[in-house]
Every structure is written in C-alpha cells, then in structure tokens.
Design a protein around this ligand. Structure first.
Ligand SMILES: [Zn+2]
Length: 234
C-alpha cells in the first residue's frame, strides 16, 4: 500500500482519509463524462491540492484502490472432437497419455477451443472458426495455446482482462483427476489469470450417447471478462 501512495507525496496521516475520497472520485469520474458532472471540477482541484499531484496520478491511484471494475462480460464456449487412433490427446494445453487422441485440423485441444470461444464471445468478437478458419493451412496442426493467446491479445486491445474461467470436460475416459490441476495452471497462464481463478471439472456421460461410448470428448467453458480501461481503438 505504501508504494501506491508514493506518487501522490501524501503524509501518512492523510492516507487513510484520502483513500476513500480518491476511490469515490475515481468512481464518479468513471461513471459520468467529466464535463457533465457538476462535482468533478471541485473534487479534482481539492484532491490535486491535498495530494500535491496531477489528476492522472489520482486516477491511477484510484484505479488501483478500486481494482479492476467497469464493463463486465460473460462468455460461453462449447466444443467437441472425435477420438481417433495415432493422435496425441491434448487437453487444456497438457498432453495426457491415452491410446487415442482428438481428431482435428489443429491439435484439436477441445478444452482450449471452448475457452477461446468463450473469451471471444464475451468480448463480442467473431467465433474461433471465423478468427482461425480450418481452411487456412497456417492453422494445420496448430498449437491451440497460440489461438488462445491470440484471442487474449484481441480482448486486451479492447481493454478487457479475464476475471475467471470455469471449464467442464465431458469424457468417459481417461480419468482427468490427475491432470486437472496442471490443466488449470496451464489455462491460467494462457489467459493471464491467477490459478485460483480457473476451475477444471471432469464429467463422464454415464455411458450415454457418443461421449458415453468414448467416440469423442466435449468441453463447455464459461469465462468472465472485466474491462479495466478504454479500448485502444477509442
Ligand atoms: Zn475444436
């Protein structure tokens, strides 16, 4: 907390009280256009005077005090791939030993595809098939981690960051328990979130349908995004 106030040259006795005021200023300033809110000019000059710093510094401090906030989005993704012999099984960026792997144009990482679609959907961007078409030879056997990284780059350009990721993998086999933690850590690193903000769950299909007959593996994912600043495109 000490370094948070350093740019504002605040004496320690003022820090406690000014924290609340800066937070309120940040809130008000973020919700209303500056010119249209009658209290802003007064608040701005008052805080600049007592903190001995400019309004940009105040906004930076206020933003850190309030944490990521503002535009909040939810996205959902779903994907399914067929299991086939002589393919690697890659789930959530983690290679899992199994007699069969998933069939697809890329590495067929069904988990990362669902997460990528949820990320893109939450930001109102085109889906994974449009962004990374399987008719494009450059995506043949592509590492799906790069597709997700690219989706994260796109949402960051729009001012978003990932809040949390919740994943359910639908697979009759293999058992995912030994790999869930590594998968969550891998996804967390890719979406630039804390590991505790990513959940990976495994569900069988109780022997029902194509998943139950181990013909394929499906995944559903929910992602939240928080817009912490304005788009770079204005
Ligand atoms: Zn896919």
């Amino acid at each position: 907390m000490q370094e948070l106030y350093a740019p504002a040259k605040l004496e320690s006795k003022a820090k406690r009280d000014v924290k609340l005021v800066i937070g309120c200023w940040f809130l008000v300033g973020d919700l209303k256009p500056r010119s249209s809110h009658p209290r802003l000019p007064f608040l701005r000059s008052f805080l600049s005077r007592i903190c001995d710093c400019g309004t940009r510094t105040l906004r930076d401090i206020g933003g850190k005090l309030m944490g990521p906030r503002g535009d909040f989005r939810v996205g959902m993704g779903y994907d399914i791939h067929r299991l086939a012999a002589e393919r690697r099984l890659v789930l959530g960026g983690v290679e899992i030993p199994h007699p069969k792997g998933l069939l697809g144009h890329s590495d067929a990482d069904v988990v990362l595809h669902a997460v990528t679609d949820a990320v893109l959907g939450a930001a109102g961007l085109p889906d994974i098939g449009e962004c990374f078409p399987d008719t494009d030879p450059s995506f043949k056997d592509a590492d799906s981690r790069n597709l997700l990284r690219s989706a994260i780059d796109r949402i960051e350009t729009l001012g978003f960051q990932v809040g949390n990721v919740d994943v359910t993998v639908h697979a009759e086999a293999p058992k995912l328990s030994p790999y869930k933690k590594r998968m969550a850590e891998s996804i967390a690193e890719l979406v630039k979130a804390n590991a505790d903000a990513v959940s990976v769950k495994g569900k069988t299909n109780e022997g029902l349908g194509a998943i139950g007959r181990s013909e394929g593996i499906a995944c559903s994912a929910v992602v939240t995004l928080v817009r912490h600043r304005r788009s770079q495109n204005g």
